[in-house]
Ligand binder design. Structure first.
Ligand SMILES: [Cu+2]
Length: 69
C-alpha cells in the first residue's frame, strides 16, 4: 500500500468532506481516504497500481481540484 497526499481546493463544509471521501473510497485500488476540511487535504491509502486520473477528473467535475502535495 502507498500513501498519497493531495491538496484539495473548494471544500467549504462537512458535506464537501463527505463527498470527497465517498468518491475517493469508490476509486479502484483505494482502501482508505482521510479528508481534512481544516488542512484542505486528502490522504489516500492505495495499491501500487492505483491510477489517480479518473478520481481526479471525477472530483474536478464536482468542482474540487486535487493537486499532489
Ligand atoms: Cu460543502
Amino acid at each position: 500500500m502507498n500513501k498519497t497526499i493531495y491538496n484539495v481546493s473548494n471544500m467549504t463544509c462537512m458535506g464537501c468532506v463527505k463527498v470527497v471521501k465517498n468518491i475517493s473510497l469508490q476509486a479502484e485500488g483505494v482502501s482508505d481516504a482521510e479528508v481534512s476540511l481544516e488542512d484542505k487535504t486528502l490522504v489516500l491509502t492505495h495499491r501500487d497500481d492505483f491510477k489517480p486520473e479518473d478520481l481526479e477528473k471525477e472530483l474536478l467535475d464536482l468542482g474540487y481540484g486535487v493537486t499532489p502535495k
